[in-house]
Design a protein around this ligand. Structure first.
Ligand code: FAD
Length: 636
């Protein structure tokens, strides 16, 4: 399909990061880069700033060796002061190329080596064979080249995932070609004339660009992930979510959903195996067709080239931040105060808490639909307004260095310093009460923020049980923290983050007979119609913090045994950490082979569940071209 408005890949016009708003008072923030790989010693090198390079740059061009590049990346991964992006590409035929070229690679597609690194720096491949398909036809060419020679083709967007969905943790890079969607698969076409309005987009477009284009057309989403520097394809692979349920008196705006971004899909185009032709082909699936269900959120087990989403009228939002509501009230037992988490949800529908370790007051954000600017709000006209949360100030860097070097006893001081920076930052940047278009209030995480690791789960429950679910979680978490602290251990040095969304309800989709995403954490349970919200929990910590995997495991094991029956049910947040052993995520055999598949199967009809989705994905890709060793085992 030829899209209406083709964007030039990485043109200045479309890919320059949106500017920060002018503020009357600038916070005093100094950026510091620390290299974890050299035991936290400050680095001398300055990293490339956010403008991405399109031309291959050889390591020598910048006086960087490949090793230095990786060390630099690891440093930024732990403590990013500049946006991280692979600094160089090595063309396949160049003298610097270190790997044997994949056999008979299609000559029509440029191939080069480039480093892969995921968000937290826990998955790194120094010299992955990489290409940038320019069209769906290129992806078909890649697939039909790959299967006879036994290669995997992995779609990759901005590499801002945690879990091993692009490549496994220990990938050697053998028989692998990454397909970078961000270079060319970025076209967007909006049709505002229909009911609903729609946007057809190639999957390499970033959410930043997509949401800006929608805003320019008077359109928007109710909820979406907080970073915009991720691709649409990446967000759809993992049922990307934000935070929203209906506030008091609120009804759904036509074309919107309180579920995941995947629940907006009306149709999608993927590269799938055609048995009668004996080759991979491009196929478009409609939302009313059950065949689309495993493709709506697929963990990267396919290659989606283009999607059409329903969209609706844009909204103005107000976001108020508080650092004065005690955790004991916010997370207290149901009805225990007038400041419980669910009381804010009840009123405004859109709430997030970021609770730094060993502090008494979380950073509470409450978004409210506000067509007119409230008197006390400051108007903003660009996203990423919490600049203090997107760089590492000097006051924190010393503490981070201590923790990285093993002095975890500073964790309480670190948590308190983080909260103090937020409190001062909200004042200093006049962002405690802001108002503007939805995306400017809902995008607030930049790649320059501290790069930590995280676990992630959605707990499905009834709206009336939100506070109980949170109270139970916090009670368990606090007990665990105290147990570890008593032994002198501080496995969690980042915050607990809590959000609430609706589910991927088919009635939100403005077509008849809409199907549901089989693998989405937000898929409704037909056997539990009262279960109508999901409470999302994440706990963040720096990669490699001692006892962190053990801590994550205890939380996970508890969650899967506690949130059961008609009360609640747990599903993993695919992009983050799950299936913990005492020493690693995505590793526990019982979780991978039984607990998680059972959690997705629970309450779904046979033939329309995890097993069915996995079987369909195998039919779409019987040669496992769009897979990796982890996915092929987990989704066997
Ligand atoms: C700081 C931070 C905050 C975050 N906040 C949120 C949040 O608020 N809500 C939320 O839901 N998520 C959040 N995420 C997770 C994020 O949405 C996912 O990790 C997302 O997948 C990243 O997109 P990407 O472009 O970087 O994808 P990548 O990391 O490059 O890829 C992720 C997966 O998507 C697959 N993929 C990408 N493109 C395609 C395609 N065209 N076809 C098939 N598969 C494809 C890849 O193969 C891989 O399996 C956050 C991540 C970070 C780092």
């Amino acid at each position: 399909m030829v899209l209406g408005r083709d964007k030039q890949p990485h043109s200045t016009a479309t890919h320059i990061p949106l500017t920060q708003p002018e503020t009357s008072v600038k916070p005093e923030i100094q950026s510091v880069v620390i290299d974890v790989s050299s035991q936290g010693k400050p680095m001398g090198k300055v990293h490339q700033k956010s403008t991405r390079q399109r031309q291959p740059i050889s390591p020598g061009d910048r006086g960087f060796s490949r090793r230095q590049f990786l060390a630099a990346s690891a440093g930024v991964a732990a403590l990013g002061a500049f946006e991280w992006t692979p600094l160089f590409q090595v063309p396949a035929a160049s003298a610097q190329s270190t790997l044997t070229s994949p056999p008979n690679f299609p000559s029509s597609i440029a191939l080069y080596q480039q480093a892969f690194q995921n968000w937290s720096g826990e998955i790194v491949l120094e010299n992955a064979w990489t290409c940038a398909p320019t069209s769906a036809a290129d992806v078909v060419t890649l697939a039909n080249w790959a299967f006879p020679v036994g290669y995997e083709v992995r779609a990759r967007g901005m590499m801002h995932n945690w879990s091993p969905l692009v490549i496994p943790v220990d990938s050697s890079g053998a028989n692998l070609v990454l397909a970078d969607t961000t270079q060319f698969l970025t076209a967007v076409a909006i049709d505002s004339s229909g009911s609903p309005a729609t946007v057809t987009a190639q999957t390499g477009v970033t959410m930043d660009v997509l949401l800006q284009d929608l805003e320019d057309a008077g359109l928007g989403l109710t909820a979406h992930p907080a970073p915009g520097d991720i691709t649409l394809g990446g967000a759809l692979a993992i049922d990307g979510h934000g935070t929203a349920v209906p506030g008091v008196g609120e009804t759904l705006i036509p074309g919107h959903t309180y579920g995941s971004v995947s629940n907006l899909i009306l149709s999608l185009t993927a590269v799938v195996w055609n048995a009668s032709q004996g080759q991979y082909v491009v196929e478009t699936f409609q939302r009313s067709d059950p065949a689309i269900q495993p493709l709506l959120a697929h963990l990267g087990r396919t290659f989606v080239t283009e999607v059409t989403l329903q969209v609706g009228a844009n909204t103005r939002l107000r976001c108020q931040s508080f650092v004065s509501v005690p955790a004991s009230a916010l997370f207290g037992a149901p009805g225990s105060s007038s400041q419980t988490f669910d009381s804010y949800v009840e009123q405004s529908g859109r709430v997030e808490t970021i609770w730094f370790p060993f502090t008494s007051e979380p950073w509470l954000k409450v978004w409210t639909i506000a067509p007119e600017k409230p008197l006390l709000s400051r108007e903003v006209d660009a996203p990423y307004n919490y600049v203090f949360a997107d760089v590492i100030p000097a006051t924190l860097s010393g503490l981070i260095k201590d923790i990285l070097e093993g002095d975890v006893s500073v964790t309480p001081t670190f948590g308190q310093a983080e909260l103090a920076i937020v409190a001062a930052g909200l004042l200093g940047t006049v962002t405690a009460d802001i108002w503007g278009w939805a995306k400017d209030l809902l995008l607030y995480v930049k790649p320059t923020t501290l790069r930590v690791t995280a676990n992630g789960y959605a707990v499905l429950t009834n709206r009336a049980s939100i506070q109980q679910v949170i109270y139970d979680f916090i009670t368990f978490y606090e007990n665990q923290v105290a147990l570890y602290q008593a032994e002198g251990n501080y496995p969690m040095n980042g915050p607990v983050e809590i959000r609430v969304t609706g589910l991927d309800v088919p009635s939100d989709v403005m077509i008849s007979s809409a199907t549901t995403p089989q693998l989405s954490a937000l898929r409704p349970r037909p056997d539990q119609p009262d279960s109508n919200v999901a409470v999302w929990f994440d706990i963040l910590t720096m990669p490699g913090t001692p006892y962190s995997d053990q801590f994550y495991r205890s939380v996970e094991q508890w969650m899967f045994t506690h949130y059961v029956g008609s009360y609640a049910a747990v599903r993993p947040e695919w992009s983050k950490g799950w299936a913990y052993t005492d020493s690693a995520a995505w590793s526990d055999p019982t979780m991978l082979s039984a607990t998680i598949p059972n959690a997705i199967n629970a309450g779904q009809p046979g033939g329309d569940n995890w097993n069915a989705a996995v079987a369909s994905l195998n039919v779409y890709d019987p040669h496992k071209v769009f897979s990796n060793a982890f996915l092929s085992s987990f989704m066997a």
